[in-house]
Design a protein around this ligand. Structure first.
Ligand code: ADP
Ligand code: ZN
Ligand code: MG
Length: 640
């Protein structure tokens, strides 16, 4: 639960005006009419090598920097040819190829916002004869290869078993003779490191254990959310012990052909035995190791065979084979119980998202090769990033370094860090809004959020309010949740609901019931989910402390096929009523607070439109000028 709340807190931070993309697309009359002019008019992406390639990430950077002048999108959004200017070379125009992840509406929106001329070229349809050939090619190939295989088999003593060579020919595991990673490179996971220190000794000096008759464990399971350093830890063990590192991802085991995964497992263990002592790392083991026989429509034969092979191989180790298997997962709950039996993955080590001290230590590691401004304190960065994992922090420092280089500074400063944090949480900065009615509405919406955040007693403090668009949000209000808070009270949850409703309430009070916008869609979704969880998970409603919904969302993938359909219709009706009642009361309360502070709000909106960004203290000071009870602690809002 603690983990869950940290994540919720993080995502609560940017309560933004998320204008639904779909809405924009509809109001623009669909994709086809979105041709904003320009473009070169050809229908085929030039494939000649003369056009240099550029990564999608850099392309986005270029767009942000206003260097892109035209974009031609091909192949249903998988390729583009762009024209960019280089300010360093007298604005010379360059043509570059970019591989796109598909025709994302976000991209189209960004291009439109940036005023970049772009064109979408329909995929070229092949002449009919060619199409037929293409259709025939696959069956021909398949038949061809079957004949080929059959021939080979008939001539060999192994018979049909030889078909297993399939998997062998493309061994998909990786072997690193030296990972080069040491425990020093992994920070913030002290407990896990202590546990794993012993594994290093197993690999380095097995005699110490075997001489006293101890059985060396074979398998160890690293459990934790993505990006917390599980892979890194496994590499560090191999690095410290100086043994080869074999790695393979669970999803690579599961293949289209039954038996291929199992043959990969056999290959992997064979290679490992030849190279012992060594370490085998199986990432995402839940992809193969899910509870057998679970899921809708029965099990997956291929997966089960693979899993069985894995279990057999693990059982086949004699005494001390010098091989230790480490597996990683973030879903230990769905793993087959056979995997956890003694002699298999019987040890579990949890690798959690780091706390503030951990984050500081991780930042230290990732600043080793970076130049920091003397003023910059890593501690304040650690404080600003609750919920960040090691991978997020590494990404943060890298983004900050890139920004620093782009700004032609020689050391990373606080400004770059701040911008990088904002960017990682809320996405890329967009073009400033143009003055007008919609900017005013967005300003009122955001001020509504921030006003509630400032005035309601149990709300997290406001960090800043901004009208600079970021990601899909047109404006953002940032809150700073209490550092390392793991338990959240009912009053705090209600305050969060009110805070999220603040935007809509402000639109409602200022512009009238008919003028409220789709911008509050994201807020309202969050409100619904918070209120529902209060009722069904945390027992915070009149229904009493009863868990009314299971935690498992993925019914068909997880362990129990039967979800909680044991809730009667009358209970589920009562849940709905409780949720609705709670949200309704909160909304009325929110509207009341907003209406009572209309004057302050008008002033704040005026200032916000002028300055674009206001920090929380400045905001609170202005609220205090207008309210008789400026001290947040004295503004008691009853929520019943
Ligand atoms: P996981 O396997 O748990 O998803 P990884 O080990 O792949 O996470 O982490 C990705 C990257 O994030 C690492 O290569 C490293 O740069 C950084 N990282 C993650 N956790 C830590 C940590 N505890 N200390 C230092 N760096 C970390
Ligand atoms: Zn909002
Ligand atoms: Mg990993």
């Amino acid at each position: 639960m603690n983990q869950r709340w940290r994540i919720v807190a993080l995502w609560l931070l940017p309560i933004g005006v998320v204008l639904l993309i779909g809405w924009q697309v509809i109001s623009n009359g669909g994709l086809n009419s979105m041709n904003a002019g320009g473009g070169t008019g050809t229908t085929e992406a030039p494939r000649n090598a003369a056009v240099a390639r550029m990564s999608y990430g850099r392309f986005l950077d270029y767009v942000e920097a206003g260097r892109v002048t035209a974009v031609d999108i091909y192949d249903g959004g998988r390729n583009a040819v762009i024209e960019a200017v280089d300010p360093d070379l007298d604005n010379r125009v360059q043509r570059l190829r970019v591989d796109l992840p598909g025709l994302a509406p976000e991209l189209v929106n960004t291009l439109k916002q940036e005023g970049i001329s772009f064109d979408i070229h329909p995929p070229r349809t092949a002449p009919p004869a060619l199409g037929l050939l293409g259709n025939l090619l696959f069956p021909l190939l398949l038949i061809g290869s079957l004949i080929f295989l059959a021939r080979r088999n008939s001539g060999m003593p192994g018979g049909p078993g030889q078909a297993m060579q399939f998997g062998k020919s493309k061994a998909r595991f990786m072997m690193e003779a030296e990972t080069g990673v040491m425990f020093d490179d992994v920070a913030g996971v002290t407990e896990a490191k202590q546990e794993l220190q012993e594994v290093v000794t197993f690999l380095k000096q097995p005699e110490r254990f075997t001489s006293v008759g101890a059985q060396i464990p074979r398998g160890l399971l690293l459990v934790g959310p993505p990006g917390t350093g599980k892979t890194l830890l496994a590499k560090a063990i191999a690095g410290e012990a100086g043994v080869p590192f074999f790695s393979l991802s669970g999803s690579e085991f599961v293949e289209m052909f039954v038996g291929v995964g199992a043959s990969r497992v056999r290959d992997l263990f064979k290679k490992a035995k030849e190279n012992s002592p060594c370490l085998i790392f199986i990432d995402e083991i839940d992809a193969v190791g899910r509870q057998r026989g679970a899921g809708i429509g029965g099990g997956n034969d291929e997966r089960e065979q693979t899993l069985n092979q894995l279990l057999t191989e693990m059982d086949g180790f004699e005494g001390n084979s010098g091989i230790i298997i480490i597996a990683a997962t973030n879903r230990p709950d769905v793993l087959d119980s056979a995997l956890m039996r003694p002699g298999r993955f019987d040890r579990q080590v949890t690798v959690d998202a780091p706390d503030i001290k951990g984050r500081l230590a991780i930042l230290d590691v990732h600043c080793r090769n970076k130049k920091l401004d003397g003023e910059l304190s890593l501690e304040s960065i650690a404080r600003r990033t609750p919920g960040f994992t090691g991978a997020d922090l590494a990404n943060l420092m890298n983004e900050a370094a890139i920004l620093t280089a782009r700004r032609r500074k020689d050391s990373i400063g606080l400004g770059e860090i701040d911008d990088a944090v904002d960017r990682i949480i809320a996405g890329m900065e967009g073009r400033p809004l143009t003055d007008g009615r919609s900017k005013r509405l967005i300003a009122y919406h955001e001020v509504g959020h921030a006003l509630i955040g400032t005035l309601v007693k149990d709300h997290d403090p406001v960090q800043k309010v901004t009208l600079i668009p970021r990601g899909q949000a047109q404006g953002l209000t940032w809150f700073s949740p209490d550092e390392e808070q793991t338990l959240v009270t009912r009053a705090q949850l209600k305050a969060r609901i009110m805070g999220a409703l603040g935007g809509r309430a402000a639109e409602d009070v200022v512009f009238g019931h008919e003028e409220v916008t789709t911008g509050a869609g994201g807020d309202i979704q969050m409100v619904a989910s918070l209120a529902r969880q209060m009722v069904t998970r945390y027992g915070m409603s009149d229904l009493g402390p009863i868990a009314l919904e299971g935690g498992g969302q993925e019914v068909f993938l997880g362990r129990d096929l039967m979800s909680r359909s044991d809730i009667s219709e009358s209970i589920s009706q009562q849940i709905d009523e409780q949720v609705r009642g709670m949200v309704k009361r909160c909304y009325e309360e929110t509207v009341a607070v907003v209406a009572a502070n209309r004057e302050a709000m008008d002033r704040l909106v005026e200032l916000l439109i002028e300055k674009e960004t206001m920090d929380g203290d400045e905001f609170a000071a202005i609220v205090a000028e207008f309210t008789s009870v400026p001290d947040k602690d004295r503004t008691v809002v009853t929520l019943e």
